[in-house]
Design a binder for this molecule. Sequence first.
Ligand SMILES: Nc1ncnc2c1ncn2[C@@H]1O[C@H](COP(=O)(O)OP(=O)(O)OP(=O)(O)O)[C@@H](O)[C@H]1O
Length: 338
Amino acid sequence: MIEQITDPFLHKSLLELNSIKDLRWDEEKSHVSIKLAVAEIGSPAQIELQQQIVGMLKQNGVQSVGMRFAQLPSQLVQEIQAEQTDTNSQKLPTYIAVASGKGGVGKSTVSVNLAVSMARLGKKVGLLDADIYGFSVPDMMGITKRPEVVNDRIIPVDRFGVQVISMGFFVEDNAPIIWRGPMLGKMLTSFLQEVEWGELDYLILDLPPGTGDIALDVHTMLPSSKEVIVTTPHPTAAFVAARAGAMAIKTEHEILGVIENMSYFESKLTGEKEYVFGKGGGKKLAEDLQTSVLGQLPLGQPDWDKDDFAPSVYSQQDRIGSIYMDIAKKVIEKADNV
Ligand SMILES: Nc1ncnc2c1ncn2[C@@H]1O[C@H](COP(=O)(O)OP(=O)(O)OP(=O)(O)O)[C@@H](O)[C@H]1O
């Protein structure tokens, strides 16, 4: 049982490390003595390990424990550390592109709140506002800072625990941007390669609406990207969104599901729901794309906090904020399992 304990410094079991050098059990005195090899004698990791072992043995009825420590061969420690640095630096995030057929359906609002909710669930999340003409993420999240550049690397802005990058950070005074086709792809490459994202579990990409160049670039540059499609319940919006879905299918991107936004208006007075934009668009789209509806979001703006203004971010306690939390859980589950 002790051999299954993980060394807190090297993150490997004592069995794998062959750490247990001597183990004696004196039944009469109910005393165990152990000699253990560790990476660094006298380190906090050694003390943590010691407490873990003594705790476990005492819980199992042992009266007293004597522990001695030896040094693990330094070459072994170095090899394990090098191996771990290698795998860490190779760890890529799961890319999740948020797409829509047409503009104005709430794709950016969904991207922002999905990212914030995933961060609230303890995930390391990045958000790339790839909607380069219609960037709105900085305003929606109430970001006033600009990213710093350290050693020629762009450091994303941290907002609500999400690492954010947007074209909006690099233009003056909301000036319009005129890009030509090849430059769009370059911009995306720069954002993916020149930004110091750090270690991320998920990188959410807020795509421009439709099936244009950038959406296509994402499909070709990030072949492993998964996709979430946003629509309103209106049949036309769902019909157009099907095109974005079809593009994902053609390029073999996994569709995680459909999010139906502006699904209904719920009266605060009577609790009655009115389906102002029609009904069933999300369900129909999900059926066409052979996926499921991840959630339905009603009409409603977040309560604005004047001291920490982020006009499109719902709090976790908000009714819509809690729907976003449910959606985020489903997205995580699906993204990790497909
Ligand atoms: N559920 C909702 N209830 C009320 N307003 C909403 C809702 N979702 C989004 N909105 C509002 O609708 C407008 C459009 O939303 P958003 O910018 O997220 O859409 P979009 O699909 O990203 O648009 P575009 O692609 O044109 O940038 C915004 O003003 C946003 O605040």
